[in-house]
Design a protein around this ligand. Structure first.
Ligand SMILES: [Zn+2]
Length: 175
């Protein structure tokens, strides 16, 4: 998938479900509009796992489980990342039954232990780009940056980590 397609899809979803630019992102709107999608916060995932998206072949649903023990900023980013897989990678998830994301997937590090490493890394990059645009929409980031001129303050406003905000601002050539 081309980067422009990922950007277009993320912007379309952001506009549809969060036209006001609310933060944190109102994920429940996506949940209630997509009957084949369930989002759960879970206490029972292994500590190194941030999130999972799993396809249930019986009822044809996509089920997102996010590790509730992580910091709030990580939880928000993980939900957005798993939604990236949901909106962009349904065929892959159905074929493989699940995508399991540890911290490496979300921090953009290579997932070295996987055999299908090239394809999988590509999917992770796409999901991270989708997530960043979804929860840090271009229009609102520019406004916040004009006003605040501080990476830390912007990160607080959008409920994301300072490193996630830095990457987003760099990509928009604002820092
Ligand atoms: Zn992932």
């Amino acid at each position: 998938m081309k980067i422009n397609e990922v950007i277009r899809k993320a912007e379309e979803i952001a506009k549809k479900y969060n036209p006001e630019g609310l933060s944190p992102f109102p994920f429940h709107r996506i949940q209630s509009d997509n009957s084949n999608l369930n989002i759960y916060l879970s206490n029972s995932l292994e500590p190194k796992i941030s999130g999972i998206i799993y396809f249930d072949a019986k009822d044809k649903t996509f089920n997102i489980f996010v590790n509730k023990s992580k910091p709030e900023t990580r939880i928000q980013f993980t939900i957005a990342h798993e939604l990236g897989h949901y909106f962009l990678h349904q065929d892959y998830i159905v074929k493989k039954e699940a995508i399991v994301d540890d911290d490496n997937s979300l921090d953009g590090n290579n997932i070295l232990f996987r055999t299908d490493i090239y394809e999988r890394n590509k999917l992770e990059t796409e999901a991270n780009n989708f997530a960043a645009i979804l929860i840090m929409p271009t229009k609102y980031i520019r406004k916040a940056w004009d006003k605040l001129q501080s990476v830390e303050e912007c990160a607080k406003v959008f409920n994301v980590s300072v490193s996630a905000m830095s990457i987003r601002l760099e990509k928009l050539d604002l820092i």
